[in-house]
Design a protein around this ligand. Structure first.
Ligand code: SF4
Length: 419
């Protein structure tokens, strides 16, 4: 059995481009907790041996990773390397989407503790337990190789966003402000409902403006991004727009002197059926971005229905037309290789892509990946046929299609292999 603490004095939170937003939020939660003042914290983009070697001269260290399912290979090699060089004096902790969906995979890989569910409160408590020589698995949501039963995120307490900063201002590790978490829709290709739940939670206007004012004054912020599964759902329960609440958020935050707001553009998006002329006109008045990310996903109603999208192709096309009319360049998410897609469905999606190109809209191309935690996690990964690959390739060269569609095809197959 592994010793819990061995007097940890430092936390090395491995930052990586794909997990930088969660790292910023988790470090924000740690740096604002006075009980953790004694902890030395690093968040390196690369992990040279010298960081851990230096920290281990004065005590033991925690090395934390926020893990996405598509990063498993890289993390496996890193964890093995750390164990070989530093042994048990480095306590390995994992959180993030993959930790919630496949905790035993990470424990088998060599992590000592895995955080299931949302990390803001749990990660603080886990560190406090290590600092005080207590068993971290006493914290709800923390598991180890000795845990008999693993909880699932929906059985754990949900975070109130206002109780935590959106980023780590003291450490100057900043990112977008997550203004909405959770989604009441249950698209089968998406892991958000499993990870964040169907109940929508918003960061309040007061908290959002408070942190942004500080970011402008203390860190010279000139622009900010908001994160949301559906930018137009702010303030409500997620199934329909509440324009007055959305406008209040936009009005108050954009009235901060010297701050431009980007919202509804990647990595946020909007659901098509939320787009109306009035709402988008108001929205456009406040945001700086001229692109609008619209989740259409397929040109086939049958595929949309199968994926549980709860909107039609026509609703997507109407949203795109409204966005163009108001002066946005629509960036339309399309997923190829969704389960049950026939040649006819693929042709319908390709036709939509050609139509969008003619309309001067852009396409954000994806290939279906069976993400752990999603309802379709056991489905085969999407595979592109020759015609789709050619058209996406040609559109990519013309900069009509963006996105990591070609990389996702192989990542999806890696996920299949991991099962
Ligand atoms: S794809 Fe978007 S709308 Fe669908 S479940 Fe995921 S977050 Fe919600």
């Amino acid at each position: 059995m592994r010793v819990y603490s061995l007097e940890i004095q430092s936390l090395v939170f491995r930052a990586h481009t794909s997990s930088r937003y969660s790292v910023a939020a988790l470090l924000g939660s740690i740096e604002t907790d006075p009980r953790l003042n004694s902890l030395r914290v690093h968040a390196p983009i690369e992990l040279p041996d010298s960081i851990l070697a230096t920290e281990l001269k004065t005590g033991n260290a925690v090395l934390a990773h926020s893990v996405m399912s598509t990063q498993i290979d890289r993390i496996y090699h890193e964890v093995r390397g750390v164990r070989e060089k530093f042994g048990d004096r480095v306590i390995l902790v994992a959180g993030g989407a993959h930790a919630s969906a496949r905790p035993s995979n990470l424990l088998d890989m060599g992590f000592d503790y895995v955080v299931i569910g949302e990390g803001e409160a749990v990660f603080r408590d886990l560190l406090l337990h290590l600092l005080n020589d207590m068993d971290p698995t006493e914290v709800q949501g923390v598991v180890s190789a000795e845990t008999d039963e693993f909880p699932v995120p929906k059985s754990l307490p949900r975070v109130v966003l206002d109780d935590y900063p959106p980023f780590a201002l003291e450490m100057n590790i900043v990112g977008p402000v997550e203004v909405t978490r959770g989604c009441p829709f249950r698209c089968k290709f998406c892991a958000t409902p499993f990870l964040s739940g169907g109940m929508v939670r918003h960061r309040g206007v007061e908290s959002t403006t408070h942190w942004l004012k500080r970011a402008v004054n203390e860190r010279g912020f000139e622009r900010t991004w908001f994160l949301s599964p559906n930018a137009l759902c702010y303030g409500g329960r997620g199934r329909k727009a509440v324009p007055e609440k959305l406008e209040k958020l936009l009005r108050e935050t954009t009235s901060i002197d010297g701050l431009d707001l980007f919202f509804g553009s990647f990595p946020s998006e909007v659901r098509p059926e939320f787009v109306t002329s009035d709402l988008l006109e108001m929205f456009s008045h406040y945001v700086t971005n001229r692109t609008l990310q619209i989740g259409l996903q397929s040109g086939s109603d049958k595929v949309l229905d199968n994926a549980n999208r709860h909107h039609t192709v026509q609703e997507g096309l109407d949203a795109i037309a409204i966005a163009l009319d108001i002066g946005f360049i629509p960036h339309v998410d399309m997923i190829f290789g969704l389960p049950g897609e026939t040649d006819q469905d693929i042709e319908a999606s390709l036709q939509i892509c050609e139509d969008l190109a003619e309309m001067n809209a852009k396409i954000h191309g994806h290939v279906f990946m069976p993400l752990p935690g999603s309802e379709w996690e056991n489905m085969p990964a999407g595979r592109l046929n020759e015609r789709t690959r050619q058209l996406l390739g040609e559109f990519s060269r013309k900069k009509i299609v963006t996105g990591s569609w070609s990389h996702q095809e192989s990542l999806g197959q890696d996920l299949e292999f991991q099962k």
